[in-house]
Design a protein around this ligand. Structure first.
Ligand SMILES: Cc1cc2nc3c(=O)[nH]c(=O)nc-3n(C[C@H](O)[C@H](O)[C@H](O)COP(=O)(O)OP(=O)(O)OC[C@H]3O[C@@H](n4cnc5c(N)ncnc54)[C@H](O)[C@@H]3O)c2cc1C
Length: 552
């Protein structure tokens, strides 16, 4: 090729494309998170979060998330000799992510090392880590959440607790006796009902003596069992006294394989790196956890924690989507100006940032409530604000992910960006662990069972009373709505209440803790007559520049 031809073969220079967002510190760049960590009681964790935030931004760490999702887990039911093995084969990156999460204590640190701010520190770390990859957070969360349920059966907790809390990940398909650490899953949902677990048909037969802590064999099926390579599962099954909770190990105590047979893996549209399965229990060995016939009461302790973690996970998804969109807009020009300098894009990005900060602020407030469960206000608040936050934050995420994707334009749809993954992940938290309506009904159930939760909720709002007229008016109307709606219509109106309770709580927290330009924008955009279904409809007069510069 002569020089001219070589020159012509170089068709163009690549311009106007942003650099990859990597080699950045996810914690140091997140002003609002840093403030929340201090405010909610985990200032002591700052150095560790700075170290971890930098690691989460490394290109090789980010690559793990891509690899784990590009390589779907595969089920191998039998070995080549015909023995049943029920083995899931994951890409090595999945195991690396699990290893990082567990060695960092995301599965147990507040139980293993309880101290003031322990939940806050863990929530912040989980929030950083799941920005890299969210799907493997499922077994991490379930392991974390299992401890409160196991507290109902102290002998089992004493036996397995140390391994569950150990910072050791071992993904091998071998008995837990051969491991230093264990992961725990959860199997409630059956074909005929997920929300209504009382319809469970799986039966438990006592091997010898009946009751708490005793050995049973379970026969039936489970329609959704995520992370089926966990070392044990909390499972619901029926005895003569009703639905009871069991701890079912993957291997029987004698070291033989337990009869938890994986039928097939779910073909999921999101949460791809994590395997979810359909299982049959063919006389599977398990110990009863907690009181016989009170299985829902026992496992709800686990469910409550997984719901709380859904708030962290969805807030984290929103944060990563916001950061990607803002980064892109800062480096991309159209019509002669960078996108971030164009008024309409400023409106969209500021609105996304506002939503993200509101979600994180509520989540971190709940982390403090988890840390202070011996305080009655915090206990009551956690009871009512967990379903409020789980419902609202998880439900706000899909549209947020989509808008962030659109801000990036055509590239946002490409699989070699994180945006499609964030989008596909976004509805999952809203559906599992109690779908939207179920959360709303749980808010009402909490109020009906323990009316003090509503008082605690309004007391929490009262801390911001008098700081903003729009907020005050919003709260006054919410109170009036509760009084004026006949009780027999509360169920029909439950989403209305949940929406407004979430917004008021986020408003109260931002008014107390966020810079005035954030709180002002939130009140203007979410608590006043000026509200819109779409992002990018912030009213004029807000300090969108300050909002954006705080974001990244
Ligand atoms: C990716 C993924 C992984 C999962 N992993 C697990 C797992 O590991 N373990 C496990 O046990 N389960 C798991 N699940 C199951 C999940 O928890 C259930 O799908 C969920 O609880 C909903 O149950 P369902 O699918 O049976 O829907 P249904 O219970 O039939 O509900 C359908 C819809 O009806 C609504 N609804 C229900 N009752 C009412 C009511 N009274 N009033 C108004 N609306 C109502 C619900 O909110 C929902 O929107 C997983 C699900 C997914 C998607």
């Amino acid at each position: 090729m002569n020089t001219t031809d070589r020159f012509l073969a170089q068709t163009h220079t690549v311009e106007n494309q942003p650099p990859a967002l990597e080699d950045y510190n996810l914690f140091a760049e997140d002003q609002a998170l840093q403030e929340a960590v201090k405010r909610e009681g985990a200032a002591w964790a700052e150095q560790e979060l700075l170290r971890f935030g930098a690691e989460c931004g490394l290109p090789e760490r980010i690559a793990l998330g891509f690899a784990a999702n590009a390589n779907k887990p595969q089920l191998v039911t039998h070995d080549r000799f015909g023995h049943r093995i029920d083995q899931i084969e994951f890409h090595p990156s999945y195991h690396q992510l699990m290893d990082i999460a567990i060695s960092e204590g995301l599965h147990a640190s507040p139980w293993a090392n309880p101290k003031p701010g322990a939940h806050v520190a863990r929530a912040a770390k989980y929030y950083l880590h799941t920005q890299v990859e969210a799907a493997h957070g499922c077994p991490i969360t379930m392991t974390f959440a299992a401890i409160p349920a196991l507290q109902h059966q102290p002998d089992l907790l004493a036996k397995f607790g140390p391994k569950i809390m150990a910072p050791d990940y071992d993904g091998r398909n071998v008995p837990d006796t051969m491991k230093h650490g264990m992961t725990i899953g959860m199997a409630m949902t059956e074909k005929q009902g997920g929300s209504d677990v009382r319809s469970n048909t799986t039966k438990a037969y006592a091997i010898g003596a009946e009751g708490s802590g005793q050995a049973y064999e379970l026969v039936g099926h489970k329609w959704f069992v995520s992370a089926p390579m966990c070392d044990a599962f909390l499972v619901l099954a029926q005895t003569n006294k009703g639905l009871s909770c069991f701890l079912l190990p993957r291997w029987r105590p004698d070291g033989s394989k337990n009869a938890l047979h994986i039928q097939q893996l779910k073909n999921k549209m999101g949460n791809v790196a994590n395997a979810s399965s359909e299982c049959e229990l063919r006389g599977a060995f398990a110990w009863m956890v907690g009181e016989e016939g009170r299985g829902v009461r026992t496992i709800i302790e686990m469910v409550a924690m997984t719901r709380y973690d859904c708030m962290i996970g969805s807030s984290s998804g929103m944060r990563q989507a916001t950061v990607q969109a803002v980064h892109h807009a800062r480096h991309r020009s159209a019509f002669g100006a960078t996108l971030v300098d164009q008024p309409l894009m400023q409106n969209v990005l500021a609105d996304l940032a506002l939503e993200s900060e509101a979600a994180m602020t509520l989540t971190m407030r709940m982390a403090r409530a988890m840390d202070q469960q011996d305080n009655e206000h915090e206990r009551l608040l956690a009871r009512i604000a967990t379903p409020i936050g789980k419902y609202w934050i998880c439900k706000r995420t899909p549209n947020h992910a989509y808008e962030a994707m659109e801000a990036i334009g055509g590239m946002g749809v490409m699989e070699n960006t994180i945006m499609p993954r964030l989008f596909r992940e976004s509805p999952v938290n809203a559906i599992w662990e109690g779908s939207g309506n179920v959360q709303c009904l749980d808010i009402l159930r909490a109020i009906q069972k323990e009316p003090d939760v509503l008082e605690a909720y309004f007391n929490e709002l009262h801390r911001a009373a008098g700081t903003d007229k729009r907020f005050d008016a919003f709260v006054t109307k919410l109170k009036a709505d509760f009084s004026n709606t006949p009780k027999d219509q509360w169920q029909y109106q439950a989403r209305y209440f949940a929406d407004h309770m979430a917004l008021a709580l986020q408003g109260a927290l931002l008014l107390q803790h966020a810079p005035a330009y954030i709180a002002d924008a939130f009140c203007a955009a979410r608590l006043s007559a000026h509200t819109s279904a779409n992002y990018g409809c912030l009213p004029t007069g807000l300090d969108h520049r300050a909002i954006l510069s705080r974001t990244l």
